[in-house]
Design a protein around this ligand. Structure first.
Ligand SMILES: Nc1ncnc2c1ncn2[C@@H]1O[C@H](COP(=O)(O)OP(=O)(O)OP(=O)(O)O)[C@@H](O)[C@H]1O
Ligand SMILES: [Mg+2]
Length: 253
Protein backbone atom coordinates (compact mmCIF):
# COMPACT_ATOMS: atom_id res chain seq x y z
CA UNK A 1 0.00 0.00 0.00
CA UNK A 2 1.38 3.40 -0.88
CA UNK A 3 1.52 6.15 1.71
CA UNK A 4 0.10 9.52 0.70
CA UNK A 5 1.43 12.71 2.22
CA UNK A 6 -0.46 15.86 1.26
CA UNK A 7 0.58 19.45 1.88
CA UNK A 8 -1.91 22.20 2.57
CA UNK A 9 -1.90 25.74 3.90
CA UNK A 10 -2.54 29.38 3.18
CA UNK A 11 -1.05 30.97 0.03
CA UNK A 12 2.70 31.48 -0.07
CA UNK A 13 3.54 29.82 3.25
CA UNK A 14 5.99 27.37 1.70
CA UNK A 15 3.96 24.28 0.75
CA UNK A 16 5.81 23.74 -2.50
CA UNK A 17 9.25 24.36 -0.99
CA UNK A 18 8.53 21.84 1.77
CA UNK A 19 7.04 19.36 -0.72
CA UNK A 20 10.25 19.52 -2.76
CA UNK A 21 12.34 18.91 0.34
CA UNK A 22 10.07 16.02 1.36
CA UNK A 23 10.78 14.35 -1.97
CA UNK A 24 14.50 14.85 -1.41
CA UNK A 25 14.19 13.44 2.12
CA UNK A 26 12.32 10.33 1.00
CA UNK A 27 14.86 9.80 -1.78
CA UNK A 28 17.80 10.13 0.56
CA UNK A 29 16.20 7.66 2.97
CA UNK A 30 15.69 5.22 0.11
CA UNK A 31 11.91 5.37 0.58
CA UNK A 32 11.30 5.04 -3.13
CA UNK A 33 9.64 4.92 -5.62
CA UNK A 34 7.89 8.22 -4.99
CA UNK A 35 5.19 9.87 -7.04
CA UNK A 36 5.15 13.65 -6.73
CA UNK A 37 1.79 15.09 -7.76
CA UNK A 38 1.49 18.79 -8.43
CA UNK A 39 -2.19 19.51 -7.89
CA UNK A 40 -1.79 23.29 -8.05
CA UNK A 41 -3.30 24.68 -11.24
CA UNK A 42 -0.47 27.19 -11.19
CA UNK A 43 2.04 24.36 -11.11
CA UNK A 44 5.54 25.04 -9.80
CA UNK A 45 6.69 21.99 -7.88
CA UNK A 46 8.74 21.14 -10.96
CA UNK A 47 10.70 24.38 -10.47
CA UNK A 48 11.87 23.58 -6.95
CA UNK A 49 12.88 20.17 -8.30
CA UNK A 50 14.55 21.60 -11.40
CA UNK A 51 12.38 19.76 -13.94
CA UNK A 52 10.61 20.62 -17.18
CA UNK A 53 7.03 19.45 -17.66
CA UNK A 54 6.06 18.56 -21.21
CA UNK A 55 2.39 17.71 -20.64
CA UNK A 56 -0.14 18.05 -17.85
CA UNK A 57 -3.22 16.02 -17.06
CA UNK A 58 -5.28 19.11 -17.87
CA UNK A 59 -3.79 19.06 -21.39
CA UNK A 60 -4.72 15.40 -21.71
CA UNK A 61 -8.28 16.07 -20.59
CA UNK A 62 -8.70 18.85 -23.13
CA UNK A 63 -7.41 16.58 -25.84
CA UNK A 64 -9.83 13.83 -24.86
CA UNK A 65 -12.76 16.15 -25.33
CA UNK A 66 -11.89 16.57 -28.95
CA UNK A 67 -10.89 13.09 -29.97
CA UNK A 68 -13.13 10.30 -31.05
CA UNK A 69 -13.86 10.96 -34.65
CA UNK A 70 -10.23 11.62 -35.57
CA UNK A 71 -8.80 8.33 -34.49
CA UNK A 72 -11.29 5.48 -34.51
CA UNK A 73 -8.59 2.91 -33.76
CA UNK A 74 -7.82 4.28 -30.38
CA UNK A 75 -10.26 4.24 -27.48
CA UNK A 76 -10.27 7.08 -25.01
CA UNK A 77 -9.01 4.71 -22.33
CA UNK A 78 -6.02 3.79 -24.45
CA UNK A 79 -5.30 7.37 -25.28
CA UNK A 80 -5.49 8.57 -21.71
CA UNK A 81 -3.26 5.79 -20.53
CA UNK A 82 -0.73 6.77 -23.15
CA UNK A 83 -0.95 10.42 -22.17
CA UNK A 84 -0.60 9.71 -18.45
CA UNK A 85 2.58 7.81 -19.26
CA UNK A 86 3.83 10.65 -21.42
CA UNK A 87 3.04 13.20 -18.74
CA UNK A 88 4.95 11.31 -16.11
CA UNK A 89 8.32 13.01 -15.69
CA UNK A 90 10.66 10.20 -14.67
CA UNK A 91 13.57 10.96 -12.41
CA UNK A 92 15.86 8.85 -10.30
CA UNK A 93 13.76 7.61 -7.36
CA UNK A 94 10.66 9.57 -8.19
CA UNK A 95 8.21 10.53 -10.91
CA UNK A 96 6.35 13.81 -11.21
CA UNK A 97 2.80 14.18 -12.46
CA UNK A 98 1.39 17.65 -13.02
CA UNK A 99 -2.38 17.94 -12.89
CA UNK A 100 -2.46 21.35 -14.57
CA UNK A 101 -5.57 23.30 -15.32
CA UNK A 102 -8.69 21.98 -13.59
CA UNK A 103 -11.86 21.31 -15.53
CA UNK A 104 -13.67 24.51 -16.27
CA UNK A 105 -17.39 25.15 -16.38
CA UNK A 106 -19.29 22.55 -18.36
CA UNK A 107 -16.98 19.88 -16.99
CA UNK A 108 -16.56 16.94 -19.30
CA UNK A 109 -17.22 14.35 -16.66
CA UNK A 110 -16.48 11.29 -18.77
CA UNK A 111 -12.98 12.61 -19.38
CA UNK A 112 -12.51 13.22 -15.67
CA UNK A 113 -13.70 9.77 -14.76
CA UNK A 114 -11.29 8.12 -17.15
CA UNK A 115 -8.50 10.36 -15.98
CA UNK A 116 -9.21 9.68 -12.32
CA UNK A 117 -9.28 5.92 -12.76
CA UNK A 118 -6.10 6.01 -14.77
CA UNK A 119 -4.33 8.01 -12.08
CA UNK A 120 -5.76 5.79 -9.37
CA UNK A 121 -4.25 2.70 -10.93
CA UNK A 122 -0.94 4.53 -11.31
CA UNK A 123 -0.79 5.38 -7.59
CA UNK A 124 -0.45 1.72 -6.69
CA UNK A 125 3.02 1.61 -8.22
CA UNK A 126 4.57 3.88 -5.62
CA UNK A 127 5.73 3.58 -2.04
CA UNK A 128 5.10 7.26 -1.30
CA UNK A 129 2.86 9.82 -2.92
CA UNK A 130 3.59 13.48 -2.21
CA UNK A 131 0.75 15.80 -3.07
CA UNK A 132 1.43 19.51 -3.38
CA UNK A 133 -1.83 21.44 -3.27
CA UNK A 134 -3.12 24.83 -4.17
CA UNK A 135 -3.66 27.27 -1.31
CA UNK A 136 -6.94 26.95 0.54
CA UNK A 137 -9.03 24.00 1.40
CA UNK A 138 -11.60 23.50 -1.30
CA UNK A 139 -8.82 22.15 -3.51
CA UNK A 140 -8.22 19.26 -1.18
CA UNK A 141 -11.71 18.06 -1.95
CA UNK A 142 -10.75 17.33 -5.52
CA UNK A 143 -7.48 15.63 -4.77
CA UNK A 144 -6.71 12.48 -6.63
CA UNK A 145 -6.31 10.38 -3.50
CA UNK A 146 -9.25 9.34 -1.35
CA UNK A 147 -6.98 8.56 1.52
CA UNK A 148 -4.38 10.91 2.93
CA UNK A 149 -2.15 9.15 5.40
CA UNK A 150 -0.40 12.29 6.54
CA UNK A 151 -1.70 15.82 6.13
CA UNK A 152 1.14 18.30 6.54
CA UNK A 153 -0.26 21.72 7.18
CA UNK A 154 2.19 24.51 6.56
CA UNK A 155 1.81 27.90 8.18
CA UNK A 156 3.87 30.99 8.70
CA UNK A 157 4.24 32.23 12.29
CA UNK A 158 1.47 34.82 11.99
CA UNK A 159 -1.62 34.32 14.04
CA UNK A 160 -3.82 34.42 10.97
CA UNK A 161 -1.86 31.75 9.19
CA UNK A 162 -1.80 29.48 12.24
CA UNK A 163 -5.56 29.89 12.60
CA UNK A 164 -5.99 29.05 8.93
CA UNK A 165 -4.01 25.88 9.62
CA UNK A 166 -6.52 24.86 12.29
CA UNK A 167 -9.41 25.56 9.93
CA UNK A 168 -7.78 23.47 7.25
CA UNK A 169 -7.45 20.59 9.68
CA UNK A 170 -11.13 20.87 10.65
CA UNK A 171 -12.25 21.12 7.04
CA UNK A 172 -10.14 18.12 6.05
CA UNK A 173 -11.89 16.10 8.71
CA UNK A 174 -15.23 17.00 7.19
CA UNK A 175 -14.28 15.89 3.68
CA UNK A 176 -15.03 12.48 2.23
CA UNK A 177 -11.33 11.64 2.42
CA UNK A 178 -9.77 9.59 5.15
CA UNK A 179 -7.03 11.54 6.88
CA UNK A 180 -4.63 9.56 9.07
CA UNK A 181 -2.24 11.82 10.89
CA UNK A 182 -2.12 15.62 10.87
CA UNK A 183 0.96 17.68 11.58
CA UNK A 184 1.82 21.35 11.54
CA UNK A 185 5.05 22.84 10.23
CA UNK A 186 5.58 26.52 10.89
CA UNK A 187 7.77 27.99 8.19
CA UNK A 188 9.60 31.28 7.72
CA UNK A 189 10.11 31.89 11.42
CA UNK A 190 12.21 34.87 12.33
CA UNK A 191 13.96 35.51 15.66
CA UNK A 192 14.79 31.89 16.13
CA UNK A 193 11.40 30.52 17.08
CA UNK A 194 7.74 31.11 17.71
CA UNK A 195 6.18 33.92 19.70
CA UNK A 196 4.92 32.58 22.99
CA UNK A 197 1.32 33.40 22.20
CA UNK A 198 1.50 31.42 18.94
CA UNK A 199 3.09 28.51 20.75
CA UNK A 200 0.23 28.50 23.26
CA UNK A 201 -2.44 28.72 20.57
CA UNK A 202 -0.89 25.72 18.83
CA UNK A 203 -0.72 23.72 22.05
CA UNK A 204 -4.35 24.52 22.83
CA UNK A 205 -5.46 23.38 19.38
CA UNK A 206 -4.10 19.90 19.94
CA UNK A 207 -2.39 19.83 16.54
CA UNK A 208 0.99 18.14 16.49
CA UNK A 209 3.74 20.69 15.89
CA UNK A 210 6.35 18.87 13.83
CA UNK A 211 8.78 21.73 13.52
CA UNK A 212 9.61 25.37 13.09
CA UNK A 213 11.60 26.29 9.99
CA UNK A 214 13.61 29.50 9.91
CA UNK A 215 13.22 32.14 7.26
CA UNK A 216 16.35 31.78 5.19
CA UNK A 217 17.93 34.29 2.85
CA UNK A 218 19.85 31.66 0.92
CA UNK A 219 16.61 29.87 0.02
CA UNK A 220 14.88 33.13 -0.86
CA UNK A 221 17.71 34.23 -3.14
CA UNK A 222 18.04 30.85 -4.77
CA UNK A 223 14.34 30.86 -5.49
CA UNK A 224 14.45 34.41 -6.83
CA UNK A 225 17.24 33.33 -9.20
CA UNK A 226 15.03 30.52 -10.49
CA UNK A 227 17.24 27.80 -9.06
CA UNK A 228 15.79 24.51 -7.76
CA UNK A 229 15.87 24.91 -3.99
CA UNK A 230 15.01 21.30 -3.17
CA UNK A 231 18.03 20.17 -5.14
CA UNK A 232 20.57 22.89 -4.48
CA UNK A 233 20.19 23.77 -0.81
CA UNK A 234 23.15 22.37 1.10
CA UNK A 235 22.54 19.56 3.58
CA UNK A 236 23.65 21.85 6.41
CA UNK A 237 21.27 24.63 5.38
CA UNK A 238 19.21 25.63 8.44
CA UNK A 239 16.05 25.04 6.37
CA UNK A 240 17.06 21.55 5.29
CA UNK A 241 18.11 20.62 8.82
CA UNK A 242 14.88 21.87 10.39
CA UNK A 243 12.62 20.40 7.71
CA UNK A 244 14.34 17.02 7.84
CA UNK A 245 14.11 17.00 11.65
CA UNK A 246 10.35 17.61 11.27
CA UNK A 247 10.05 14.72 8.83
CA UNK A 248 12.05 12.49 11.20
CA UNK A 249 9.21 12.85 13.70
CA UNK A 250 6.90 11.13 11.25
CA UNK A 251 8.94 7.94 11.57
CA UNK A 252 8.53 7.10 7.91
CA UNK A 253 9.72 3.74 6.69
N1 LIG B 1 12.01 29.15 4.95
C1 LIG B 1 11.97 30.06 3.98
N2 LIG B 1 12.79 31.13 4.00
C2 LIG B 1 12.75 32.05 3.02
N3 LIG B 1 11.89 32.03 1.99
C3 LIG B 1 11.04 31.00 1.92
C4 LIG B 1 11.04 29.96 2.88
N4 LIG B 1 10.08 29.05 2.54
C5 LIG B 1 9.53 29.52 1.40
N5 LIG B 1 10.08 30.68 1.01
C6 LIG B 1 9.74 31.50 -0.15
O1 LIG B 1 8.38 31.88 -0.04
C7 LIG B 1 7.76 31.89 -1.30
C8 LIG B 1 6.55 30.97 -1.29
O2 LIG B 1 7.01 29.63 -1.12
P1 LIG B 1 6.25 28.41 -1.79
O3 LIG B 1 6.05 28.63 -3.24
O4 LIG B 1 6.95 27.19 -1.35
O5 LIG B 1 4.86 28.56 -1.04
P2 LIG B 1 3.46 27.90 -1.39
O6 LIG B 1 2.74 27.78 -0.09
O7 LIG B 1 3.66 26.68 -2.18
O8 LIG B 1 2.80 29.04 -2.28
P3 LIG B 1 1.44 28.94 -3.15
O9 LIG B 1 0.31 29.08 -2.17
O10 LIG B 1 1.57 30.08 -4.09
O11 LIG B 1 1.47 27.58 -3.81
C9 LIG B 1 8.82 31.46 -2.31
O12 LIG B 1 9.37 32.59 -2.90
C10 LIG B 1 9.85 30.73 -1.45
O13 LIG B 1 11.12 30.79 -2.00
MG1 LIG C 1 2.79 26.09 -4.00
Amino acid sequence: MSITIALAGKGGVGKTSVAGLLIRYLKEKGLTPILAVDADSNANLNEVLGLEVPLTMGDAREEMKSIGAQNPNMTKDMLIEMRVNQALVEEKGFDLLVMGRPEGPGCYCAANTVLASSIESLLKNYRYIVLDNEAGMEHLSRVVAKKIDILLIISDPSRRSVETAFRIRDLARALPITVGREGLIVNQATNGGLPEATQKTIEASGIELLGVIPADEVLAEMDADGRPTAVELEADSPVVEAVFASFDKLGLS
